[in-house]
Design a protein around this ligand. Structure first.
Ligand SMILES: *[C@@H]1O[C@H](CO)[C@@H](O)[C@H](O)[C@H]1NC(C)=O
Length: 206
């Protein structure tokens, strides 16, 4: 290969990598996207999500609860590269188990109470923090993270914003121990026996 074509190849590869690392959701070529089946009328209602009204004035849930406003619940988000989740943590030990969002960074805003949060980077280093009401924490895209309310008396409420209309969630406990991956594979991977794997699995199934 001639020297100049090698340089060109290298340049195109670096551009492609840069493109991948800069991109979030794909850019759209119109102001907004209507669902394939839409009966209208097209007005402010299409751009309004009222699903969170059900949280106002209702008693706090008894276990950890996520309420989402992603493209699935709110079709107007398609192509807009943003979404929300409201996270409710009752007092005394409620946890949002370790998980990742493959398609977005997450910006978590503690509106009420306090939360212990953390994420693990690709070198397995844990970054953790105890957040107070009013604090904002960022979970980098794709990294394993969790939130925990260890306050014995007070519930915690947080609002998470995502840089994707469909961030996706991969739960670590579920994706490892609540699928049909062979017990033997898991036993070998976790350097333990099949009985231990089955014990963990039985806690998650059903
Ligand atoms: C495990 O998977 C089953 C079937 O998909 C589901 O019903 C159950 O809620 C999952 N367990 C947990 C802890 O999410």
């Amino acid at each position: 290969m001639a020297a100049h074509s090698k340089v060109f190849l290298l340049l195109s590869i670096s551009c492609a990598i840069l493109q991948i690392s800069l991109s979030g959701d794909p850019d759209i070529l119109s102001d907004f996207i209507l669902p394939p089946v839409f009966f209208g009328p097209l007005d402010g209602n299409f751009f309004t999500f009222t699903g969170m009204r059900s949280l106002v004035g209702t008693p706090f849930p008894k276990s950890f609860k996520v309420s989402k406003a992603t493209m699935a619940e709110f079709p107007a988000l398609n192509g807009q590269s943003v979404s929300y989740a409201v996270l409710q943590f009752p007092a005394d030990g409620s946890v949002n188990p370790p998980h990742t969002h493959p398609r977005a960074s997450e910006l978590l805003f503690v509106l009420m109470g306090s939360l212990q949060v953390g994420f693990v980077d690709t070198t397995n280093k844990l970054f953790t923090q105890t957040l107070q009401q009013g604090d904002i924490f960022v979970f980098p895209k794709g990294l394993v993270h969790f939130q925990f309310n260890c306050d014995a008396k007070n519930p915690a409420l947080a609002l998470s914003a995502f840089g994707s209309a469909s961030a996706g969630t991969v739960s670590v406990p579920n994706s490892v121990f609540n699928t049909t991956i062979d017990d033997k594979v898991l036993a070998l991977s976790f350097k333990t026996d099949v009985a231990t794997i089955q014990k963990i699995k039985s806690g998650l199934s059903g």
